[in-house]
Design a protein around this ligand. Structure first.
Ligand code: SAM
Length: 397
């Protein structure tokens, strides 16, 4: 009975699922299964010691340049097993063989590479993604090292010494500043490596999440627009993926109606994604006067959630000043936290925000209250059962 169960579980492959929703539902069931099968000790050990060793190993192999070389070599000869000597030969600096071996043993024991003989491993889709820039897998791991882990490590002590208040004031009470001496967005502006890993996570998440154009029907927005004026301003738009998606949905849009705004070093340094030439990128601080006046839509995706209410009110006030009443829309593509059954992605993001930016994921009630306070009327909320986020459409009240 038990052997049959093991072989059935071992035989399940992602390719057999008809839809992404089926794959996801089965993965979640497997997670629940693991939480029933693991002993409390196994769970505590996995959460702490396994993960801290694993993330160190993944980063070390990345620093040595081995993931990239392995992925390149695998394109020539897919699935080939590689020996320790071959992997060491790809390293960009010398490394003691037994040092690398010790890390690879743990990475294999946790199934992120496949051990097929003594000192011999095959890649997995995960390890190949670590070596491929376009997947941003390496950035997600590095951002864990740069931001999430040091901040998470500090958070319980920080909250204890601040009498367990919710951190909602960046200027006076911010965990990131407690760790790094400056708030998150100030710090990443002066530290391009840490800023780059954060931008990589953003891009990875945006690729992973549902297209906003599948959650919100963009046709009425475009049909009702005067295309002699700006159409869409993606505020804090990072690499511009959401603007590209709007253009993909409406491929006949003219030049000079689509704008992506972000901090100067994001616009100049971290833009890895290829955008259509019709999209204009601008360096703009959203707490300063908005330069694109009278656009049909000002779009904020995963931007307000980085900030407490007082700061969101300041950024919304700048767009409100240039919005045309009755024409311009405020579009906010954000998590709406349910009272019951938040997904682990939404709940984890919420805590990452608390830990790194004094931000938060908001409930529908909190969103409605905040928008009202800022002088906006909610016209509708577009949701999709499989989407992490919803699009709140609002206009000037
Ligand atoms: C969580 S990311 C979301 C990025 C993008 N909208 C997305 O969903 O992928 C927040 C973005 O806000 C930008 N940002 C932070 N402070 C800013 C400011 N004062 N002015 C403009 N952009 C800012 C960051 O650089 C970052 O790209």
């Amino acid at each position: 009975m038990s052997r049959d169960t093991v072989s059935i579980l071992d035989s399940i492959q992602p390719s057999e699922f008809a839809t992404e929703a089926d794959r996801f539902a089965t993965k979640e069931a497997a997670r629940r299964l693991l939480s029933r099968l693991e002993t409390p000790f196994e769970q505590a050990w996995a959460i702490t010691f396994e993960n801290s060793g694993l993330i160190s190993g993944l980063q070390l192999v990345q620093d040595l340049g081995i993931w990239t070389k392995w992925t390149e070599a695998d394109k020539q000869s897919p699935g080939t097993a590689r020996t320790l000597d071959e992997l060491l030969g790809w390293a960009n600096t010398s490394c003691e063989p037994n040092l690398l071996r010790r890390f690879l043993k743990q990475i294999a024991a946790l199934y992120y590479i496949e051990e097929v003989g003594v000192d011999t491993w095959k890649p997995t889709p995960f390890s190949l993604a670590m070596g491929q820039k376009e997947t941003y897998g390496g950035d997600v791991v590095k951002a864990g090292m740069d931001h999430a882990m040091p901040c998470g490590n500090n958070l319980p002590r920080f909250l204890a010494k601040n009498a367990y208040k919710e951190p909602l004031d960046i200027a006076t009470f911010d965990n990131y500043r407690d760790v790094f001496g400056r708030d998150f967005f100030a710090f990443v502006q002066d530290h391009p490596e840490a800023g780059g890993s954060f931008q990589g996570v953003m891009a990875a998440l945006t690729h992973y999440k549902m297209l906003w154009t599948d959650v919100y029907d963009t046709k009425p927005l475009v049909a009702g627009a005067d295309l002699r004026k700006p159409l869409f301003v993606d505020v804090g738009g990072a690499q511009g993926l959401d603007t590209q998606r709007l253009l993909d949905r409406h491929p006949d849009l003219p030049s000079d109606v689509l704008f992506v705004e972000d901090l100067p070093e994001v616009v100049t340094t971290h833009g890895k994604e290829k955008l259509d030439d019709r999209i204009r990128k601008l360096a703009h601080d959203f707490f300063q006067p908005q330069p694109i006046v009278g656009a049909r839509a000002y779009f904020f995706h995963a931007v307000p959630h980085d900030w407490p209410d007082a700061d969101v009110a300041r950024m919304f006030a700048e767009v409100k000043k240039v919005m045309t009443p009755g024409y311009s829309k405020l579009l906010v593509y954000e998590v709406i936290m349910p009272a019951l059954g938040a997904s682990h992605l939404a709940a984890t993001l919420d805590l990452a925000l608390m830990s790194c930016t004094s931000g938060l994921e908001r409930t529908e009630e909190a969103w409605r209250g905040l928008l009202k306070e800022c002088g906006f009327k909610v016209l509708g909320i577009s949701r999709h059962p499989r989407a992490l986020e919803s699009v709140i459409e609002a206009e000037i009240e």
